[in-house]
Ligand binder design. Structure first.
Ligand code: HAM
Length: 421
């Protein structure tokens, strides 16, 4: 027997309604907000991620699924969606087609992390990117979009954390200050932090072990220049004006290197350790960095599996997927089978979900199957019914059986289903 790879999931059955629920709302809302869909390949040139996500990040250092293909190229399964979308934007010349441009995507991502509840090696993101606007208005629109999306799928118990990382030189100064401060504590730091001190000092603030040092550390906000500070103030006042609640989180730095200025993360209060259901921010230098022009940009991504955990934690009512309203049972010769098939097609054309018996079992086995698959009504057709130009319709809940003349069966079924709604 084969087993699925650790950290992956098979999705089917009763779980699918959550995926439909979220994906339908994500698509609809994206279009309402002026985002169009972009689908990029699941694998890319490894260098794309090293360059954009950052050589010293956990993702690049430890988490990428990288392999050599048969042509000797280094390929990586995408660990996130932003770098591929930026690559596509530059490569396909979209960059010359006027601004802003807004794209969304839904799809699988891959990270070699230790699996636990809310953390897989293959997971799925719904994300969106905005290209071209340097304005705080774009940041506010994006955060408003995320807030609206989370509410649309039924969530209320979440917190939007925001921070500003300032501009490149602000961060360089701050990195220097952090190194000086942490130098005194270096011996006492955990191994991860010792490595972070060398490679990526901003991430020292993120450590779950050495929390006490982070509390006393210099504050990023004290190193932010005037222009980035003004941008941040404007974002906050726009969010205030829109009535969107947020928490300022001066230690929020995010795990990817491409960010500048605004960063944000949404945490769900009922999710424990893996509580980040979405994250994003501005990345004004990335497009230039990977071969394009100087185009400001920003975006976010939400983790679908975590959204589902949050929906369950909040007991959100999620509609069942309509797969089997009517079961058609039949028994008899060729003529009966054809009649049953024709009726199935006719009902489906009317938008009614129909399961047609295709196993050619005895009637009682068919009725059992109708019940097992959750049909609301079961149509029964045999030689007698064909002779009399009628069909029998059984209400699966009450057991009540009705007779319809063939010409009225579609309208009759529609009425019955409407009553059962
Ligand atoms: P990220 O914070 O790395 O950002 O991921 C976004 C979300 O994906 C997280 O908040 C989490 O919900 C989900 N996620 C990440 N890793 C896992 C995992 N191993 N298992 C389950 N869920 C996970 C990005 O990926 C950026 N590209 C977001 C962005 C778009 N920034 C600008 N534009």
């Amino acid at each position: 027997m084969y087993q699925k790879i650790k950290g992956t999931e098979d999705l089917y059955g009763g779980e699918m309604k959550y995926w439909y629920w979220i994906e339908e709302r994500a698509r609809k809302l994206s279009l309402l907000y002026g985002f169009t869909e972009i689908r990029t390949p699941i694998f890319e040139d490894t260098k794309l991620f090293v360059r954009s996500v950052g050589q010293d990040t956990d993702i690049v250092q430890k988490e990428m699924y990288t392999f050599e293909d048969k042509g000797g190229r280094s390929i990586t399964l995408r660990p996130e969606g932003t770098a591929p979308v930026v690559r596509a934007f530059v490569e396909n010349g979209l960059i010359t087609q006027g601004f802003p441009q807004k794209y969304f995507y839904i799809g699988p991502m891959f990270r070699y992390e230790r699996p636990q509840s809310g953390r897989q090696r293959q997971f799925h993101q719904f994300g969106a990117e905005i290209f071209g606007s340097p304005s705080a208005l774009a940041d506010a629109e994006l955060i408003a979009f995320v807030d609206r999306f989370l509410r649309d799928i039924g969530l209320v118990d979440f917190e939007i954390h925001i921070n500003t990382l300032g501009d490149a030189e602000d961060r360089a100064n701050y990195r220097q200050a952090l190194r000086e401060y942490y130098a005194q504590h270096l011996e006492n730091l955990c191994d991860d932090c010792k490595a972070r001190y060398e490679r990526n000092p901003l991430r020292l603030l993120d450590c779950k072990v050495d929390v006490q040092y982070a509390e006393q550390a210099p504050k990023l906000i004290d190193y932010i220049g005037d222009s980035a500070r003004k941008h941040y103030e404007e974002l906050k006042s726009l969010l205030d004006a829109l009535g969107i609640k947020y928490v300022e989180d001066p230690r929020l730095v995010r795990g990817l290197d491409y960010y500048n200025r605004t960063v944000f993360e949404v945490h769900h209060r009922r999710l424990g350790a893996m509580s980040a259901i979405a994250g994003g921010g501005r990345y004004d230098n990335l497009i230039k960095e990977i071969g394009g022009k100087d185009v400001p940009a920003l975006g976010f991504a939400a983790g679908m599996e975590r959204l589902i955990l949050a929906i369950k934690a909040e007991n959100v009512h999620v509609d069942d997927v309509k797969i089997n309203e009517v079961y058609i049972a039949h028994f008899g010769g060729e003529e009966v089978k054809i009649e049953a098939m024709k009726l199935a097609q006719q009902l489906r054309r009317e938008g009614i979900a129909v399961n047609l018996e295709i196993m050619e079992r005895g009637l009682s086995a068919q009725l059992k199957n109708a019940a097992r698959t959750g049909a609301k009504l079961c149509i029964i057709i045999g030689e007698n019914e064909i002779e009399q130009d009628i069909v029998l319709v059984k209400n699966m809940e009450t057991g009540q059986q009705l007779e319809f003349e063939k010409d009225f069966v579609v309208s009759g079924i529609k009425d019955l289903l409407a009553e059962l709604e």
